[in-house]
Design a binder for this molecule. Sequence first.
Ligand SMILES: CC(=O)N[C@H]1[C@@H](O[C@@H]2[C@H](O)[C@H](O)[C@@H](O)[C@H](O)[C@H]2O)O[C@H](CO)[C@@H](O)[C@@H]1O
Ligand SMILES: [Zn+2]
Length: 329
Amino acid sequence: MTELADRRLLLVHAHPDDESINNGATMAAYAAQGVHVALVTCTLGEEGEVIPPALAHLAAEHENTLGAHRADELAAAMKELGVTDHRFLGGPGRFRDSGMMGVEQNHRAGAFWSADVDEAAALLVEVIRELRPQVLVMYDPDGGYGHPDHIQAHRVAMRAADLAADAGFRPELGPAHEIAKIYWNRVPRSVGERLFAELNEHAVAGLPWAAAVLDDVPGVVDDDRITTVIDGRPQVARKAAAMRAHATQIAVEEPWFALSNDLAQPLFDTEYYELVRGPSGAAPGEREHDLFAGLPFDRPQPHSETDPETDPETDPETAPDTDSTTEER
Ligand SMILES: CC(=O)N[C@H]1[C@@H](O[C@@H]2[C@H](O)[C@H](O)[C@@H](O)[C@H](O)[C@H]2O)O[C@H](CO)[C@@H](O)[C@@H]1O
Ligand SMILES: [Zn+2]
C-alpha cells in the first residue's frame, strides 16, 4: 500500500494568488494529510494592479517591483496552506506577466504569452520527472477566464504532461514519468448561480464592493462536467488567510472576496474539478471526493469526516445530474 507521503500532487498556475483562489482548500487539505503538494507558478505577476494605496508605488508603471513583492506574498500564502514545495517555472522572473488579453505587454520580450510552448514545457518536464506526481491540476483551455497567462499555463502544463511521459524526449531531464490523473479547475453553474443569488440578495449592501457576475468566475461549466468535489470546509480559514496574504491582489470579507476590480464574488470552501485524463475512482453516475481516487492507494482521503450537510435535492450524490450539486461556498 502506498503511504500518504508517497502521494504527490502538482498544481500549475499563472500568477501568485491563483493557487489560493482556485485550490487553496484542496492544497491545505492534502498538505495536512501529509501528501506532497507542489506548486509551479509561471510568472511573478509583475503587471498586476495594486489594491492598498500605500503599495501603489510597486506597480509596473511606477517602481516595477510588484513581482518581488508578490513572490513574498506567495511565500506567506504557502505558509498559511502548509505547502512547502513552491517553484517558479524556470526560476523567478524567467517569464513575465503578460497583462490582460490585448494589451501591449502581451508581446513584450519575456512575456509568458509570447513564450515558446515547447521551451516552457521542457522546464516543467524537469519538475515533473523529478517530483513524479500522480495527479496534476491546472486551468481549462480558456485559462478559466481568458487571461493570456492562464491560457498559456494550460497549454504548457498539458504539453509538459505529454512530453514528460515520452522516454525519447530529453532523457537528460530524467526518467520518463506518466502522470496518472489530470484535472481542470471548474465551478458548477448551479452552485455559482446559487451563491451569486445569495450575494445579490444578502451581501452586497454590506460590502464595499459591487457584485460580480457569474461569468466573471473562472471555469464555470454545466454541472454534468464536474467529476470531483473536494469538501474544503475544514480548511476554509486557511484558504481565506492565504488569499489575504495576497494583499496587493485580493480583499477578503468572508465568505466573499474581491480583486482589484472591486467586484464581490464567493470564496468557495468546496472546490470542484473535471477529470480530463486517467481513471475515475467514483462509481458510475457519482462524483469523486478525492483527486487520488482510483489509484492504488487505499487510505481515507481529505474529505471532511461527515459529508457536507446537504439538502437531498442539492447533494450531487443523490440528485440527478441536472442543475443540483453540492452546497457550500
Ligand atoms: C486572478 C488573476 O488572474 N489576476 C491577474 C489579473 O489581474 C486582474 C487585472 O489586473 C484586471 O485588470 C483587474 O480588473 C482585476 O481586478 C485583476 O484581478 O491580471 C494581472 C495582469 O496580468 C495579473 O497580475 C493578476 O494576477
Ligand atoms: Zn492569474
